[in-house]
Design a protein around this ligand. Structure first.
Ligand code: HEM
Length: 409
């Protein structure tokens, strides 16, 4: 952390801080201010970056390939040691965790390989077990009349569902959550944790790849091992990187979305009562939660000079794909800064847009649908028990990490 990081922001247009407490808790007013005064802001904090806030700019940026490259999609820079390691590995083995760290043409083949894992038919196979999981989680705390909707519920669901899909032990869900937080959340300000947990994840999958080569099954890891690109099998380095992506990409993203939704309904009684009384609203309410509380910001590395409005990107710069702010743009959304749970026209880009659009969106939607329906079926009336103790994290993924709620038993 440099001296600047942690200092109060004086000018959001030239010195924003994506980890500023106020911004993490409620970025919506700051996006509005920036959209009106400086739609593509700049900062030198955290290694320097650009921050767009308009929907049309985001739509244009995702199409700027290869000028804006995906080879370094993390919002926060790695430690110098990890950076050197990643550069050396890229030279030797190619993209680290394709498709998310790759550009076309390479990206296209890897993306084609994983899309079938997440088609609606495959995802629906995991709905009954996901429902059972949600009921089991609620059984553990319902008699208490209180729970932490983030840690006791939202956080528990995605690691176990993706574990089942990957064919790894769902009972290790807490480990997977710890590793993901280490890489994506805590690792943002403590780069040594990012390095440590990256190593743990890669070693975990390295062992599994050896095992699945010996005993192939019907799981994603075995299918990746059996895949080929232009007649060539994938290297172990690539299979491990892809498994890493498939494990990590769906954990704190989806738990953040489920957690934000439960936070919203716990703190907005009118919306909660409306949804509890009309199950036909789940579809639009979930899309509105994804729009309003979009958790994911991605980064791109500039490889060729680009001018957009007053902003001039030069090679080596980082651009943050601020999908969450785009989803609040009043040029696109009526009442953009209000939650409207029956919003009909909702072309949000919480899952990104363009060639890297989220490969797991069907799964994320299924998990949100199951998590919210089961919660509302069992606990239709609930509220925040201690609003001051709610905590949020931000940066690459924004969401609540503690949401204490109480309910009648
Ligand atoms: C609410 C939950 C989720 C949100 C908001 C979300 C959001 C995103 C976004 C914004 C991207 C675009 C990345 C970019 O443009 O660089 C992305 C990509 C991706 N997501 Fe998700 N995601 C979620 C859940 C999941 C789940 C459950 C999985 C399953 C493993 C998943 C797997 C992926 C993969 C593999 C990519 C890379 C696609 C590519 O590069 O072609 N995501 N996600």
């Amino acid at each position: 952390m440099s001296e600047q990081e942690g200092c109060p922001v004086k000018n959001w247009a030239t010195d924003y801080d994506v980890l500023d407490e106020e911004y993490v808790r409620d970025p919506v007013p700051l996006w509005k201010e920036l959209r009106e005064s400086c739609p593509i802001a700049h900062t030198t904090r955290w290694g320097g970056s650009w921050l767009p806030t308009k929907y049309k700019d985001l739509q244009a940026m995702v199409r700027m390939v290869p000028e804006l490259s995906s080879r370094a999609p993390n919002v926060m820079p790695p430690s110098p040691e990890l950076r050197a390691e990643l550069i050396a590995e890229a030279k030797q083995y190619g993209s680290e965790s394709p498709p998310i760290t790759a550009d076309p043409p390479e990206q296209i083949a890897y993306r084609r390989m994983i899309l079938p894992f997440f088609n609606p038919r495959e995802v629906e196979k995991f709905r009954p077990s996901s429902e059972q999981l949600c009921h089991d989680l609620i059984d553990r705390f319902i008699a208490n009349g209180s729970a932490d909707a983030a840690t006791d519920y939202a956080q528990q669901i995605p690691p176990r569902v993706i574990a089942a899909m990957l064919g790894i032990d769902p009972a290790r869900g807490d480990d997977f959550t710890e590793w993901t937080r280490g890489v994506l959340e805590l690792g943002q300000t403590q780069p040594e944790l990012r390095t440590k947990y990256r190593k743990i994840i890669r070693e975990f999958f390295a062992e599994l790849v050896v095992e699945r080569r010996r005993n192939p099954g019907d799981d994603m890891i075995s299918k990746l091992i059996a895949s080929e690109i232009e007649g060539q099998p994938l290297s172990d380095y690539t299979v491990i990187g892809m498994c890493n992506l498939l494990l990590v990409a769906g954990i704190d993203t989806t738990w953040s979305s489920i957690g934000s939704a439960l936070w919203h309904f716990a703190s907005h009684g009118d919306d909660r009562r409306r949804l509890a009384g009309d199950a036909s609203l789940f579809g639009t309410a979930i899309e509105e939660m994804l729009r309003f509380y979009s958790p994911v910001t991605m980064a791109r590395k500039v490889t060729e000079p680009v001018t957009m409005g007053d902003a001039q990107f030069i090679p080596g710069d980082k651009v943050l794909l601020n999908f969450p702010a785009a989803n609040h743009d009043p040029e696109i959304f009526d009442r953009a800064d209000e939650v409207v749970i029956d919003r009909e026209k909702n072309r949000h880009i919480a899952f990104g847009v363009g060639i890297h659009r989220c490969a797991g969106s069907n799964l994320a939607r299924m998990e949100m649908d199951v998590a919210l329906r089961v919660w509302f079926e069992r606990i239709p009336e609930f509220e925040l028990s201690d609003p001051d103790s709610v905590t949020w994290v931000g940066g690459q993924v924004r969401g609540p990490r503690s949401v204490p709620v109480s309910f009648a038993v």
